[in-house]
Write a protein of this length. Structure first.
Length: 457
């Protein structure tokens, strides 16, 4: 913790001035010009207070004398348990540039544009829960310097002939990639992290504890080797794009082996640990959580906006009334054409249901979140509701309708009966689709249950 040399009160990093500011006498200090009284000299560790959420197991640290009364990861309102610990100093940091007020404004603008958003999302007390958290990242530098042979193909037409040329090209490929970053915290969702990227390297500062004064930080708990291959692949892919652009007259150039393959032989040194600024907001409702995160440097935002079921039902009702009259007035469709129309709607609904189902599975099992899986392993299978009303019932209805359309019975009554069954089934399916939408717009509560082991990753 930093204290004011003038009055002894606590200092915190002030985003607007980029300096350490005293709340009490308004003195300012350049970061790095003042020593942290409690700091251990000449070590690569910082004394910090770790807050542990009793509900989800998420952890954040601070160097201040603060208490944390809610958890940013699961939205629980509980006084988090704390203990002192030493955490390893990162190499770089990007200080916050966007203030809490900037975030509030950005977020409000987004929420107001969504008419189905629950009104709680606009409450000042809720927006006050925006919390500045430094998220740890692994930063990789990849270096490519290699003579490589590429095979190329070229096709051209001369008169009636199509001439295909295949040849080998040898060239020296050189590429330096710095600042390829991946989030090093299992608590911070990889998807959110990608959505608010990038954090440009020219904003990096050498780490100083002063920058995190007044903010929270998450702790790196993902092994640095995890993303090495991805960083190398990224460098190889970009190099190949560059190589291909050099041979514009050639139709195609084969990609050599990616990653640590022998052709381009990318070399990747040990990554550096960096802290990047994120404003974090969580909304907890019915056992699910929705996040709003803002890049603390650029203001790029990613939000899950749940919809209020009451608002949605009201809107649907308002929409259904004119539709109902429209259909009744203009009942010009022949029975078979009417049945075909319902079949198309049901078909689209079924496809949507299946796509949503697969997306929900991806979200719940976190199978795309490499950092999470590396620390906690693959979560078990999740159960999905709505299988009968969302899939089986409308499928049966659809089969009956298709059978009627194929066998073309003489009496219209068959068409009307089949259409009625299909409409009822589709109505049930729509309820499931709204439920799916709400699940996809929010997230399951995080469960960082497994022991994190040592905090100094
Ligand atoms: Zn002061
Ligand atoms: Zn929590």
């Amino acid at each position: 913790m930093y204290t004011c040399e003038n009055c002894g009160a606590g200092l915190h990093y002030d985003i607007k001035s980029g300096k350490l500011l005293c709340d009490s006498c308004l003195s300012t200090y350049m970061v790095g010009s003042i020593k942290d009284a409690s700091a251990v000299e000449e070590t690569d560790e910082i004394n910090a207070k770790v807050f542990h959420c009793p509900q989800c197991g998420g952890e954040i640290v601070t160097i201040d004398e603060a208490a944390a009364t809610f958890c940013s990861y699961c939205g629980a309102s509980a006084v988090l348990e704390s203990r002192m610990t030493g955490i390893k100093k990162p190499k770089y940091i990007i200080p916050f540039k966007k203030t809490k007020d900037d975030c509030r404004e950005l977020y409000l603008k987004h929420v107001k544009s969504n008419i189905f958003a629950p009104k709680e999302l606009k409450a000042p007390s809720y927006l006050d829960r925006f919390r500045g958290i430094y998220i740890p990242y692994w930063v990789y530098d990849v270096h490519i310097d290699k003579d490589a042979v590429f095979t190329g193909d070229e096709t051209h037409r001369r008169g009636d002939y199509i001439i295909e040329d295949s040849f080998k090209m040898t060239c020296h490929v050189k590429g330096d990639f710095s600042g390829i970053s991946y989030d090093a915290s299992s608590s911070f969702d990889d998807e959110l992290c990608q959505e608010i990227a990038p954090y440009p390297t020219n904003e990096y500062r050498d780490f100083d504890t002063g920058y995190i004064s007044g903010f929270y930080a998450d702790v790196a708990d993902v092994d640095y080797q995890l993303y090495m291959r991805d960083a190398a692949d990224f460098a190889v892919d970009n190099t190949m794009t560059e190589v291909r652009s050099k041979f514009t007259e050639v139709d195609s150039v084969d990609t050599p082996d990616s990653g640590f393959g022998p052709v381009l032989a990318p070399s990747c040194g040990e990554p550096k640990n960096a802290l990047f600024p994120v404003w974090f907001l969580s909304y907890r409702n019915h056992g699910r959580v929705a996040y709003g995160v803002v890049n603390g440097l650029t203001g790029k935002m990613s939000t899950d906006t749940p919809i209020s079921v009451a608002k949605y039902l009201l809107f649907s009702l308002l929409l259904a009334i004119p539709l109902f009259f429209l259909l009744n007035v203009g009942l010009v469709l022949t029975p078979s054409a009417g049945l075909v129309a319902t079949c198309v709607i049901t078909g689209i609904g079924l496809i949507t249901f299946l796509v949503n189902r697969s997306n929900i599975k991806k979200q719940e099992t976190k199978e795309l979140d490499k950092g999470y899986v590396s620390v906690y392993g693959k979560p078990g299978k999740t159960t999905h509701n709505g299988f009968f009303t969302g899939l089986i019932f409308p499928s049966i209805g659809l089969l009956i309708a298709i059978a009627i359309l194929v066998f073309t019975p003489v009496s219209d009554i068959y068409y009307y009966a089949a259409n009625l069954i299909l409409i009822v089934a589709t109505g049930f399916m729509l309820i499931q689709l709204i439920r799916q939408f709400n699940i996809l717009a929010t997230r399951p509560l995080p469960q960082f249950n497994k022991n994190r082991g040592e905090v100094d990753a």
